[in-house]
Unconditional design. Sequence first.
Length: 86
Amino acid sequence: MANGLGNSNGEILGGLLTLLVSLAALRAGGLPKGLNLLGLLVGAVGIISIIPALTEMMTGVFGLSQIIWFVWLGICMLRPSPSAAP
């Protein structure tokens, strides 16, 4: 399982996931716009990583940028929503 997610398929699947989550959140307005735009960029980089000439560079860029996206997403999800205040 680790080999299947660790090769170029992992970047494509992770990029597609990030891209689609960010696109859905952008349309719904559930997350900050900056996070969604970063997610669209991260997703595009993950998908572009299938191009053989760009694989080495894009894999590193994708991994680091996706970590930033995940941390920001986690912070947003842990914050209480304004409508939940008593």
